[in-house]
Ligand binder design. Structure first.
Ligand SMILES: [Zn+2]
Length: 658
């Protein structure tokens, strides 16, 4: 790895699924990812790049350096005035190198170093090496050869890049182990970005199952801090899923290619204009002309209009993807889009595999600002639910031998069942109460914690959700005696002394149980070791602040029932736990800044507890384990360690400089 200055600046701003809102900085401006780069043919620009920027919100474009190199006029102008002047665009420009041409039209005559130097000399922001396109029908031996040559070419090309950013594509056909191998090898080189190459045939044939295996195998091998480009992915149908798996960049020649075939792109697929009865779209093209008007245009004008529609729709889908990441709804969007396409449905099914879920889970935020919405048979398989049930099984206290089971009712359950809870607690002291819900068993004391008060599922369940519900029940509930509590009218005096004691016990149990689920049982037991007292909201009666031996250790957020750590709580955890648990450890240079309350930047992170997740609470320590601050993780542990730019931990409270 060379100096930071030579690496392309890329940072993560927000997270959902393994998808990310990133900021990519080039000499011609910054790009917010996930992003679509429309393909510009320098010989024929039906929509000019400048128009794309002004009318379509295009942030950056991609053009082909091989075509520019081959045409004398373009070649000379690009060398004399630069590629930005050549296509009249002042934003970031990426170029590819002829690899796809060699796949389409057979071997091309081009020296791999010449084309890299040419891209550098015409001032491209992101150039691409001349890699070898490996097709899905190759034998493993053929694919290995393509991978070896690609790695060799990356090695000799990188010293030529100078100030240019260089993209080195991952090849390896449909062989996951080969993809991961290639990704790791390229990841060790000083490349700036990694396209996943050779996937166009998979997308053309709707082989999305193979496509996601290829994406995941490549992602698993690549350094987490480099932007990943799904090369040739230009159909909006695939954007949400590919973004959820961590693809940051897409490129589209589809908008123009399909227009030439009279085909219109929609988020759910592609339609020939002859098969349409109306224009089912509200883009500027479709809202100002009718289908018959579109059909009656000359071939050239019609192509132009359809290309514009296709680009509007594609750009709009990327905005939906970015919006879904910000709202924590990316899986929802993925499932909605997949419901329109059986091949995508099968692809998402692959994500249920344990090794994929485990990989995805590490990037999944611990809380979202919106409820968890059911969108179909895949919802219960989302990494968030996997984590939830894993933690319930691993961390949740099941020390009592009997269990009272209540049927699902209005949320929060403890409010709806207030009368029953007192009656149960008097009849069966020390017994746990669990609610049998559509998402599996929910301990009553966790009913205000995200997402147990925020999931929204339909009353009628599909068979897959029912199957998983039963499976999770069997795994979580190990008690010997289950007592099903019928809903009977009960009259209880809630204000008497006995009632107060019951409430106090329940509150303490709630505090410890939420901490078990949120922080882990080890952290929960050190944090609440002592005399617990609570401050509750007079209005809602919800727990607000928790004190242990008179010290304020955590507060409970009303919005999602999760704890925020206080400085005294952080100190307690630090005193009673050992390295690296619950810690983000930082380099000495950053210690004075963090003591003053400044955020922790990724490049100063020295190590991280690998059990932490995005938006988890954490403590920040120096390399000698001096306690400095408490805060909130913004990234997953691999990202905090891997990124050189951007924030890793937002500090909430700090010890101060003295
Ligand atoms: Zn339209």
């Amino acid at each position: 790895m060379t100096s930071i200055e030579k690496t392309m600046k890329f940072e993560i701003k927000h997270h959902d699924a393994a998808g990310r809102i990133g900021r990519l900085i080039t000499d011609h401006g910054s790009i917010t990812t996930p992003v679509l780069l429309p393909v510009i043919n320098p010989n024929k620009m039906s929509i000019t790049p400048q128009m794309m920027k002004e009318r379509f919100g295009v942030q950056a474009v991609i053009t082909n350096s091989y075509i520019i190199y081959q045409h004398q006029k373009l070649h000379d102008k690009a060398l004399a005035e630069g590629v930005h002047a050549l296509i009249d665009f002042d934003g970031p420009i990426m170029t590819d190198s002829g690899t796809f041409q060699s796949y389409m039209y057979g071997e091309i005559e081009m020296d791999p170093l010449t084309i890299v130097r040419f891209q550098r000399d015409i001032g491209t922001d992101i150039g691409t090496i001349l890699d070898i396109f490996s097709t899905p029908d190759q034998t493993k031996e053929e694919a290995e050869e393509a991978v070896d040559t690609t790695i060799e070419r990356a090695e000799i090309s990188i010293p030529e890049k100078k100030e240019m950013n260089l993209a080195c594509p991952v090849q390896g056909s449909v062989y996951p182990s080969l993809r991961t191998y290639c990704a790791k090898k390229l990841g060790n080189l000083d490349a700036d970005m990694h396209p996943i190459g050779g996937v166009v045939p998979l997308m053309e044939n709707q082989e999305y199952k193979d496509l996601i295996e290829v994406i995941l195998a490549s992602k698993k091998g690549l350094p987490v801090n480099r932007p990943v480009h799904l090369f040739g992915a230009g159909h909006p149908l695939i954007f949400p899923l590919a973004a959820a798996l961590g693809c940051d960049i897409f490129d589209s020649s589809a908008y123009i290619k399909y227009a030439k075939q009279n085909r219109m792109i929609f988020p759910w697929g592609t339609e020939k204009i002859d098969d349409l009865y109306e224009l089912p779209c509200s883009c500027p093209v479709c809202s100002t002309s009718s289908l018959s008007e579109l059909k009656s245009l000359s071939k050239k004008k019609r192509e132009q209009k359809i290309a514009e529609h296709n680009l509007y729709v594609s750009m709009s889908e990327l905005r939906k993807v970015r919006n879904a990441i910000m709202q924590g709804r990316l899986w929802e969007l993925v499932e909605q889009r997949a419901s329109a396409n059986p091949f995508l449905q099968d692809a998402i099914h692959e994500l249920h595999k344990l090794n994929h879920v485990k990989w995805l889970e590490q990037f999944e935020p611990v809380r979202k600002t919106r409820g968890l919405f059911y969108t179909g048979i895949h919802t219960v398989h989302q990494p968030f639910f996997y984590r939830l049930h894993h933690r319930l099984v691993q961390w949740f206290d099941q020390s009592s031998s009997t269990l009272i089971v209540l049927p699902e009712t209005e949320k929060p359950f403890s409010k709806a069942y207030a009368d029953d809870i007192y009656k149960i607690s008097m009849e069966y002291p020390n017994t746990d109460i669990i609610v049998d819900t559509v998402i599996g068993p929910v301990p009553l004391v966790l009913d205000e914690m995200y997402p147990f008060a925020q999931y929204i599922f339909p009353e009628v369940l599909d068979e897959e959700t029912k199957r998983i519900r039963k499976k999770r029940w069997d795994k979580c509930v190990k008690h010997k005696d289950l007592i099903e509590w019928g809903k009977k009218p009960i009259v209880t005096d809630l204000t008497n002394e006995e009632g107060n004691i019951i409430q106090k016990n329940l509150d303490e149990k709630r505090v410890k149980s939420v901490a078990h689920m949120q922080f882990g049982s080890d952290i929960s037991s050190v944090l609440f070791n002592g005399d617990i007292s609570l401050v509750k909201s007079k209005k809602t009666l919800k727990i607000r602040n928790v004190f242990v031996d008179g010290k304020h250790v955590v507060s409970m957020r009303a919005s999602d029932g999760l704890f925020t750590l206080k400085l005294d709580g952080g100190k307690k955890i630090h005193d009673k736990s050992s390295i690296p648990r619950f810690r983000v450890t930082i380099e000495d240079d950053a210690v004075p800044f963090v003591k003053e309350g400044k955020s922790v930047f990724s490049k100063f992170v020295s190590s991280v507890d690998d059990q932490l997740r995005p938006y988890d609470e954490c403590i920040v320590v120096s390399k000698d384990d001096e306690f400095l601050a408490i805060g909130q993780c913004l990234l997953s542990p691999v990202e905090m360690s891997g990124f050189q730019f951007g924030q890793a931990v937002k500090i909430r409270e700090h010890i101060g400089v003295n």
